[in-house]
Design a protein around this ligand. Sequence first.
Ligand code: ZN
Length: 341
Amino acid sequence: MLETTIAGSLPKPAWLAETNKLWPQWRQEGEALVEAKRDATLLALKEQEDAGIDIVTDGEQARQHFVHGFLERIDGIDFGRRVRMGIRNNRYEAEVPTVTGALKRKGPVHAFEAKLARAHTTRRLKFTLPGPMTIVDTITDAHYGDKVTMAMAFARLLNEEARELAAIGVDVIQFDEPAFNVYMDEVKTWGIEALHVAADGLKCKTAVHICYGYGIKANIEWKKSLGAEWRQYEEIFPALAASRIDQVSLECANSRVPIELLSLLKGKDVLVGAIDVASDKVETPEQVAATIRSAMKYVPPERLYPCTNCGMAPLDRRLAIAKLWALAAGAAIVRTELGLV
Ligand code: ZN
């Protein structure tokens, strides 16, 4: 009970990539880059294990960005044709590639780091992939002419990839859908349907991560504009509760999400964000415990997984590691209170 996990990403070491950036440039090339990704992945696992995280990830050390890391290995996308455009309903600008032809995987996308991680940890392993709605919000289209058709094409590729990851021995496959908090109507009309295509036939656990974004300036400004109570989840949780996805990862620490909205996820595992990724302050274990206790009023402890609000990719590395320790220590306090240890 109260097993800890993380949203997915951890900061990359300075010898692998630029630090404190969402779209960092690699610091190595060719074989040296492959080796550096390998080393960083092993360190990410070790840091999580040492901190006491129960369900670990590869830290997303082998991909540049959580969306584009997947897109780089897809045929039909021209990375030479980059367009600067507003994403997440114009919240911030990104330079995105263009879909110019039918989408097809060039081969396995993440098998390298998934096999590596599986071989080097005995803990349960979670692996993250971008969700179809978030992908089509982070790319421009010169081929399909219809967003939903393109999203379904991506969903089928994600499903091919997810099935291979499950066969490698990954225990949880999580689709990252920050766009679900932006296009709430579309979640209900096609977003969940696209997730079902991506998760079709998977024997492992499936999860969806829905947050208010990384701790970057544009997101912090956006959150200030959302008012005293953030009720985006209220619109989408009932549909998610009715979906075939097993787990929902959400933002809770230092947020204005009314905690009672968690009751809308009846029957689902809830990965409750108890670590703020937009703050340079390390939570105390007691603060983490307080977030877990408040979530437990609405989610039974056997369905509750203390987690981070979002990925920690752009954070300072030592800060992120300290936050991992705080997360595990906070969960331990509540486990002790429940008489579980
Ligand atoms: Zn997130």
